[in-house]
Design a protein around this ligand. Structure first.
Ligand code: 2P0
Length: 325
């Protein structure tokens, strides 16, 4: 065990090929492999210090005392792995633009996995860090790496982890993130994906077509074929949202403004001939994949139509790492 505090930083990631369903709920083994882009703009810094004087874990989020059973459960996993019983102080700061509503479990559990394991005296490889982060939140397995990352589904705890696809990108792409609503999601990812696995009549079709999408997007990334990457991204996101519409009970994450932005992105592409493609996760915010050089023009058009929404540009980001507190 380490007596000094350890701080780690991890960035959030946005899936281009979505993870939407678990095979094993406890170990967080997914139904399909997924692929994401890590973003520089949104990240979490987490400091962990084990302290013999504590009778339980003490967790603060953005300087305020916080309770999170997922964090306690995760710390129990770290203690088991390290063979220790000591509790810890965990201080987490989410760096997101004001009222972003993007505070993501991906950056949170990737930063916690790195800081807590090192503070507990473990010296994990990135593969094992990814496996550990996965136990906190599936998407966190991908935030261990920067750039394009694939979470290979595997079949058990040993074989389900993320690998870098292209970590240091020589490609000026990025995402414009439009915050439609920064409030709590209507239905958590965890509950939503479980309902879908159990009830959607389209689920087998999703698995088949997502497997194809993953193969095709990796090829398109290798070929630097932006149009192809964008087309697959948009289509894969819509297929995920179609699962939600087909579940029992059905649900969706769209707000009227989300749909208006999606239509406008399609119009910009078709009428203004600027390549850009949207994706949405378990909430109403719209992320637009585009080239860095096109971002200002897209931003200007969107600002003229949706003056109450800010669109922030995020470049590809780095993987999880240790920093000075
Ligand atoms: C993803 N999303 O691939 C998918 C696509 C949103 C839509 O937020 O239950 O928070 O903790 O493993 O990782 C994934 O949900 O869910 C997610 P858990 P997680 O990014």
């Amino acid at each position: 065990m380490n007596n000094s505090p350890i701080t780690a930083r991890a960035h959030t990631n946005i899936a281009l090929i979505k993870y939407w369903g678990k095979k094993d709920v406890d170990l967080i083994i997914p139904q399909n492999s997924s692929l994401s882009l890590t973003l520089d703009h949104f990240y979490t810094d987490t400091t962990v210090k084990f302290d013999e004087g504590l009778a339980q874990d003490v967790f603060t989020l953005n300087g305020e005392p916080a309770e999170n059973p997922k964090v306690n459960h995760f710390m129990d996993l770290v203690r088991k792995l390290a063979g220790i019983q000591t509790f810890a102080r965990i201080d987490s700061i989410n760096h997101v633009p004001s009222a972003a509503g993007l505070a993501s479990s991906a950056s949170a559990f990737a930063a916690l996995a790195a800081a807590a394991s090192k503070a507990a005296g473990l010296d994990l490889s990135r593969k094992d860090l990814s496996r550990l982060a996965r136990r906190g939140s599936g998407s966190a397995s991908r935030s261990i790496y920067g750039g394009f990352v694939e979470w290979q589904q595997g079949q058990d705890d040993q074989t389900s982890y993320a690998v870098p696809v292209e970590e240091h990108l020589d490609w000026s792409i990025g995402m414009l993130v439009g915050i439609v609503n920064s409030g709590q999601k209507k239905i958590s990812s965890r509950a939503g994906m479980q309902t879908v696995v159990e009830t959607s009549p389209y689920y087998q079709g999703w698995i088949q077509s997502t497997t194809e999408d993953l193969k095709s997007i990796k090829k398109a990334i290798q070929n630097r074929d932006f149009q192809k990457v964008g087309e697959i991204t948009e289509s894969n996101a819509l297929k995920m949202h179609a699962l939600n519409l087909s579940a029992q009970p059905h649900f969706n994450y769209f707000e009227p403004m989300s749909l208006a932005i999606m239509q406008e992105v399609e119009r910009i592409r078709e009428e203004e001939h600027i390549p850009c493609y949207y994706t949405l996760d378990a909430g109403p915010n719209v992320k637009i994949l585009c080239m860095q050089t096109d971002a200002p023009a897209i931003q200007r058009i969107l600002a003229s139509k949706f003056d109450q929404i800010t669109f922030e540009f995020a470049k590809p980001g780095e993987g999880a790492r240790f920093i000075e507190a």
